[in-house]
Ligand binder design. Structure first.
Ligand SMILES: C[S@@+](CC[C@H](N)C(=O)[O-])C[C@H]1O[C@@H](n2cnc3c(N)ncnc32)[C@H](O)[C@@H]1O
Length: 535
């Protein structure tokens, strides 16, 4: 598999992986890919075969033709239940009710159906890594046996030869190791996109190896078409990486996710650096010396050792995990509409965690969201600017280049700068020149935010935000121009006045000079006159 932008190589550590076939500039589209299939999560709710929206099982209907595929409504216009799939299901003569009662079988079943109506696509899917040996007889294997394999067998959902244990487990393994989380269409929530995620199978994209600080930016549109861009410049022959974990996950969480779900220990630059690229995103404050930071140092048998770099005290990871669990519990218990409670908890957690610890970053993101809704007092705006700045400094290190998290934070940051500087100008705390400087700073930030947001599909929440941000950028530029013109007009008026005053002074001076001259000419005559008088 090769294209102009990438090629596929193989080594013992990564298996198949993708490298750049040429120098790729930041923002370069590396490839686009449509999914082979999209389906629900193993534990996710049942979804309409046509539009993939969550189904209310009490009110669902079944496809008129195959009588098996679940539908959200008779009139659903979705396109994801293809004619071939429909015909194949029809020949299986199974009751759709079985799928409604066992939503875990839906996605593996749809993959297995491919073997009947699209063997070529099925063959491509089977080339993906299932990690069969690492999964054999583990908890996940047993779970798939009960929730997928046995249901398929009991209900005669497929021909006997299609549901051999090995094949079903392979398909489940391929889905777990390779599928991408994708957002359902029309889901406009940016705050918790994971909540209602679907899984999509993208055989090319899934070849990208993992790095906790990836060099790609992935955008999926409402038809699940995936676009993969270079998020930074990538040199020819450099590996093209995707981040399988979330950027704000700490070291331990990431390692657990990757080991449990993808069957490898990550040894990327970020994972090997106890400060996590200088961010301290996993560091805690040492409870003994209260000066140093506790960072993970090394694995010892099955647990990690954490050490204070100042007083050298060591902790086993279960103690660190206790502190993290307690912090997590307190954040989960928070009322996310109560800014005072959030600020109080933030201060409190600073006694245990580094300010950039991922728990505090999560809290900061929630606080920025809430400050955006609170009355725009100077205090609120200043705090929002401060929090956005802190978030930005972490994102810039962990996600250099094109980054969704950075773009959203930059948008919030510039809006607070615009609001506070206009307020300060209205209240005569700053003059027009200073106002322009502040607005120009906001303009630069908004321009970068727009630059990154424009990589998002237009109908996604971030894509809509890109259009909003673009309009705001135009307005901001206009208002800067207007103020500059005001200053120019003001300066011209001042200059005119100055010129008038100078002219008047000059005239006066001329007049005085003239008078003096006249006096000088007059004086000798008068003296002579006086002399004559005396005579
Ligand atoms: C989505 S697949 C990627 C394609 C896979 N390498 C293949 O040959 O089909 C994920 C698997 O690739 C391997 N992998 C990806 N990134 C890795 C990394 N940074 N270190 C070690 N293994 C990695 C792991 O085996 C992982 O389970």
């Amino acid at each position: 598999m090769a294209s102009k932008t990438y090629k596929i190589l193989h080594n013992d550590v990564l298996g198949n992986y993708m490298v750049a076939n040429e120098d790729l500039k930041q923002g370069k589209l590396i490839f686009k890919e449509a999914p082979v299939l999209v389906g629900p999560h193993l534990n996710g709710p049942a979804r309409c075969f046509k539009c993939l929206k969550t189904i209310n099982l009490l009110m669902c209907s079944f496809c008129d033709s195959c009588n098996t595929a679940l539908m959200c409504a008779d009139y659903c216009q979705g396109t994801h239940h293809t004619e071939e799939e429909c015909l194949t299901l029809k020949t299986q003569k199974v009751k759709g009710q079985i799928l409604a009662e066992n939503p875990s079988v839906i996605f593996p079943l749809r993959v297995l159906l491919l073997s009947i109506y699209n063997p070529k696509a099925f063959e491509e899917v089977l080339k993906l890594e299932p990690h069969l040996e690492k999964r054999r007889d583990t908890a996940i294997w047993r779970r798939h046996r009960i929730s997928v394999e046995e249901i398929l067998k009991e209900t005669n959902l497929l021909r006997k030869e299609d549901i051999e244990e090995e094949l079903v487990q392979k398909v489940c393994g391929i889905l777990d190791v390779n599928a991408f989380e994708v957002r359902p269409p029309l889901d406009l929530s940016i705050t918790n996109p994971e909540k209602q995620c679907l899984r999509g199978l993208y055989p090319v994209a899934s070849i990208m190896a993992h790095d906790c600080s990836a060099n790609t930016h992935i955008a999926v549109d409402d038809n699940f078409l995936m676009s993969v861009y270079a998020s930074v410049d990538i040199k020819e022959n450099e590996t093209i990486f995707n981040n399988y974990a979330s950027v704000l996950q700490g070291n331990q969480d990431r390692q657990d996710t990757l080991l449990e779900g993808k069957y490898f220990s990550c040894a990327c630059k970020r994972c090997k650096d106890p400060s996590e690229l200088g961010t301290e995103i996993s560091s805690l404050i040492c409870h003994k010396c209260r000066k140093g930071l506790l960072r993970f140092t090394e694995m010892e048998k099955s647990f990690k050792i954490w050490q204070c770099y100042q007083c050298k005290l060591c902790f086993k990871d279960f103690l660190i995990n206790l502190a993290i669990d307690e912090g997590r519990r307190r954040i989960n218990d928070l009322d996310l509409t109560d800014i005072q409670a959030m600020e109080k908890l933030y201060k409190n957690l600073l006694l245990t965690f580094h300010p950039n610890h991922y728990l505090l970053l999560e809290l900061k993101q929630n606080m920025v969201g809430l400050y955006s809704k609170l009355p725009p007092t100077k205090n609120n705006l200043n705090r929002k600017i401060d929090l956005c700045g802190r978030l930005m400094s972490v994102f810039s290190k962990l996600e250099p280049g094109i980054s969704r998290a950075k773009a959203l934070t930059m948008y919030e940051l510039q809006s607070a700068i615009v609001e506070i500087s206009n307020k300060q100008y209205r209240e005569k705390e700053i003059n027009q020149e200073r106002l322009i400087l502040e607005l120009q700073t906001a303009e630069r930030i908004l321009k970068d935010s727009v630059k990154y947001l424009l990589y998002e599909p237009p109908k996604s929440p971030e894509g809509r935000m890109a259009q909003l941000a673009l309009n705001e950028l135009k307005l901001l530029r206009n208002s800067i121009k207007n103020i500059q013109q005001n200053i120019l007009v003001g300066n011209n008026e001042v200059n005119d006045k100055k010129a008038e005053i100078t002219k008047r002074l000059k005239d006066k001076l001329e007049r005085n000079k003239k008078k003096e001259k006249e006096n000088v000419e007059e004086k000798p005559i008068s003296r002579r006159k006086q002399k004559n008088k005396k005579k």
